[in-house]
Structures are given as C-alpha cells and as structure tokens.
Design a protein around this ligand. Structure first.
Ligand code: KG4
Ligand code: ZN
Length: 330
C-alpha cells in the first residue's frame, strides 16, 4: 500500500491531500482564492503566491490531523511543478522539498495536466486504453491519443487561446466576473443560442483556435447594442462546446477509439457534458468525466497522478524546479 501526499499550488487554489494507491482519498483540504482574484478580473500571480504561502502550512496541519496518519507512513510527496504560474508553483515545490527533507520521504514532481487526467482515473475504473483525452483547462486545449498513463501523442491543440481562457475573456467582455466559465454557463441558462457565431477553422484538423471567435464576439457586441448578454453567453457556449465534441468524436472515429476522457476545468461545463452524452448514444462512444468538484484544481488528483509516478519509480530530488510552461507528459 502506498500513501501519497499531494500538494497543488499552480494557480489560485492551495490544496493538500493524502490518497491511497491512486484510488482512495484519505483526507483533503483546499483553500480557494477565487473571490480575491475576482476583484481584479483574473489571477494576480503575486497575490496568489502570498496566499499560498499563508495557507499551505495550515492545510498541511489540517490534513495530518484529520487523517491521523504519521509522517513515517507517507510513501512519497507529490507536488505540481508545472505548468502554472511561477510564483505559486514555487511555494508548493519549496514546501514539498522541505517536507521531503524533514520527513525523510521521497519527492515526486507531477505534471499538473497529468493531475487533471488522474482526476478521472481516481473515480472511474471503466476506462479502456488506448483512449482519447480532451484536455480543456484555463491554459490547455488538447486532444491526446493516450496509449498508457505516460505515453501520449498530441493529435491537436489550440493554436492560440485555451478553451477556458476563451470563456474567461468573453465573460469579461459581457461584464461577468472571473472565473468566466461557470458565469457564462449560469448566464446561458436564461438565454438562447440564437446567434450563429463562426466556428474557427484550423490548418490541422484536430487543432483548435479560439482567438478569432473571441474577436468576433467583441465586434458583435460593439455593433449590436440591443442584445441580451444571456443570449450571447448561450451562443458562445454552444459554439465552443459543439466544436470541442465534434473534433474529439471525429478523432475517435479516425483512430478507432471508443473511450474518451474529458479533463480540466472546462469539463465541468454541463452543455459539454450533455453533448458528450448525446455523442455516446449516437456514435457508440464512452465518455468519462471527473466528478464536478474535481474538474478544477485539487491535490487529490496530484496525489493520484503521483502514485502513477511512484509505481514507476519516477522520483525527483531536492533540485526539482518549477517549469511554468511544462508540456503534457512527465
Ligand atoms: O483546470 P482549471 O481549474 O485550471 C487550469 O489548470 O487552467 O481550469 C480553469 C478554467 C477557467 O478558465 C474556467 O473559466 C474554466 O476552467 N471553467 C469552466 C467551467 N468551470 C470552470 N468553463 C466552462 N464551464 C464551466 N462550468
Ligand atoms: Zn488545472
């Protein structure tokens, strides 16, 4: 049995968790800074770093007390080392190194995107490999062909903004606060998808481009004053979610894949989930999502991913450094 101690601080949540064998959450505590950054319309890295620093020891203490686990029972400390914001990542990585040294427990550097992926594997045993992964977060949009936990091919990715970033930027344009994804989803509930926003085309068939769509919405808002922002939210959400599902379904067919995993913050979107359900019925595919509360950043997914590194003996040493622009992989 392996108990992995997970630390996540790449953006605006400080989170600590202990997970057994990548499957069972023993304890977890998260402090979200969303309301602080909402005041500024987005994450302010310097403020985020300071909050991580204030929160991290308290959360570690809470998790140790709740779990009643002795540090000597911990098998490894798994920490996000990238991608993310440099200052916030540094807080988690420095803390993890100190704990690793003090507790005499090995250290593991986890790729945050593998963390998001493991938020699905943590709760779902029915995923068959090879599968496709649609990674949709605030900074990533990718379709991956996943052969095994650490073996991927990137079939396509966004050539400009990430899907979550597009949600955040369009939300801002129509006067909704940060983070924009859940706000657009809420506004869209009382609106109708009546505007036909263009689906941006890309040279490579599984790539995405969202910046043109964002600009289109900007000019649309400038030129049309008598509109309901709820209808704009609904139309934008319809365009992005159908684009995401259409491309991943097309890739699944081409590669003869029947299981598709959706991960990252945008996978919380209920229209995206509804469209995936429809594709399941129409295209004989199986879609897998993280539970809603594990779509956004949390340490349980980092500890679950850490276990995958642990069973491969992929440890880091005290020279581990942050890599803010780390690609998907190890
Ligand atoms: O994965 P995540 O927590 O952070 C990154 O690693 O980037 O994703 C955050 C992103 C934000 O852009 C946020 O607006 C988006 O996920 N998001 C959503 C929803 N909930 C969060 N986008 C669309 N619909 C949602 N319900
Ligand atoms: Zn994330």
């Amino acid at each position: 049995m392996a108990l992995i101690f997970g630390i996540e601080s790449s953006c605006d949540e400080t989170s600590i968790a202990i997970v057994e064998n990548g499957k069972k959450i023993i304890a977890e505590e998260t402090a979200s800074q969303v309301s602080t950054h909402a005041l500024y319309g987005g994450v302010v890295p310097e403020i985020a770093s300071r909050h991580h620093l204030e929160n991290i020891s308290v959360l570690v203490q809470m998790v140790m007390e709740k779990s009643k686990i002795d540090p000597r029972e911990i098998s490894a400390i798994a920490v996000t080392y990238g991608p993310g914001l440099a200052g916030p990542l540094l807080v988690g990585v420095s803390y993890a190194k100190a704990l690793s040294y003090a507790w005499k427990v090995p250290l593991i550097g986890v790729n945050h995107m593998l963390g998001h992926l493991n938020a699905v594997f943590l709760f779902d045993d029915s995923i068959e490999l090879p599968c496709l992964v649609l990674m949709v977060s605030g900074a990533h949009t990718e379709i991956l062909y996943m052969k095994s936990m650490f073996s991927y091919e990137i079939l396509g990715k966004s050539i400009d903004d990430a899907a979550g970033e597009a949600f955040d930027k369009v939300a801002r344009m129509i006067g909704l606060p940060y983070p924009g994804g859940p706000q657009i989803e809420r506004a869209a509930r009382s609106g109708k998808s009546i505007y036909n926003f263009p689906k941006p085309r890309t040279k490579r068939k599984y790539d995405f481009s969202f910046s043109g769509l964002k600009t289109h919405v900007r000019y649309f808002l400038r030129d049309n004053k008598e509109i309901k922002i709820e209808d704009v939210a609904a139309s934008f959400q319809e365009t992005v979610t159908s684009l995401l599902i259409e491309k991943v379904v097309k890739a699944a067919k081409e590669y003869g894949i029947s299981h598709v995993v959706l991960a990252g913050g945008v996978s919380a979107n209920s229209l995206l989930r509804k469209k995936a359900k429809e594709a399941e019925e129409n295209e004989r595919l199986f879609f897998h999502f993280p539970p809603l509360e594990y779509c956004t950043d949390n340490a349980a997914m980092i500890a679950a991913a850490g276990w995958q590194y642990y069973i491969r003996g992929a440890f880091a040493d005290l020279n581990l450094n942050v890599v803010p622009n780390l690609e998907v992989g190890m």
